[in-house]
Design a protein around this ligand. Structure first.
Ligand code: G3P
Length: 217
């Protein structure tokens, strides 16, 4: 499973990209707004930090305007993936992007039925929002499993990008459900490196090793 970082914070991205474990980046208008910087400048900088796919979301709501914005975003760098919402207008635009060879990520997906439409429109990625579904009392990861079943039934090439990830459990569950990618907030990504039992066990190993008085080098 590919691990993407869900952020537009370049400093945070650089620090985590240094682990070699970041396969791509997703942004959205909220994340861009938090930077206080021009969107195209931020996207260009992010595309220079990671080689993998970098999702940049259109702000327009009508298909023709989405196409104009998406073409501009796609021109920023070869690894830009244009993000569009799962609306009627968004899917009309995604079909045209597909015809033009522009990579797309259909976002704000909350049902398997929606994901079926996105695949038929030729989306490269579909982003089911797991955490937001959980926040509303649903089991968001079930939607990921349902999408996996549908895409496998009909050999759709669209990749499932589990989004709105809230904790390490979501990351593991997305992999178990068969998601192709998960886009992870930086704080959740950092927590993947930490487990209290690992820390406790390491301290014990180090303490016992110190008692031997030995040195490996
Ligand atoms: O960026 C797409 C998605 O991961 C955002 O989800 O719920 O964390 O805003 P959320």
């Amino acid at each position: 499973m590919q691990l993407f970082l869900d952020t537009a914070d370049v400093a945070v991205l650089k620090a985590l990209a240094a682990t070699g474990l970041v396969d791509g980046v997703t942004t959205n208008p909220t994340l861009i707004a938090k930077t206080g910087r021009p969107m195209l400048e931020v996207i260009a900088e992010i595309c220079g930090i990671v080689e993998g796919p970098v999702s940049a979301e259109v702000a327009a709501t009508e298909s023709e305007a989405m196409l104009a914005e998406g073409r501009k975003l796609a021109g920023v760098a070869t690894n830009v993936v244009v993000k569009a919402p799962l609306t009627r207008e968004g899917l009309i635009a995604v079909r045209q992007f597909a015809a033009e060879g522009i990579q797309t990520n259909v976002t704000l997906c909350f049902s398997a039925a929606q994901a079926l439409l996105a695949a038929k429109a030729g989306a490269n990625y579909i982003s089911p929002f797991v955490g937001r579904l959980d926040d509303h009392g649903a089991v968001g990861m079930e939607v990921v499993s349902e999408i996996r079943a549908i895409y496998d039934n009909y050999d759709f090439d669209t990749e499932i990008l589990a989004a709105s990830i809230r904790n390490p459990g979501h990351v593991a569950a997305a992999a178990i459900a068969g998601a192709d990618c998960a886009t992870i907030p930086p704080e959740v990504f950092e927590s993947l490196f930490k487990h209290p039992l690992t820390e406790k066990g390491l301290q014990t190993f180090l303490s016992d090793w110190a008692k031997t008085g030995q040195s490996i080098l």
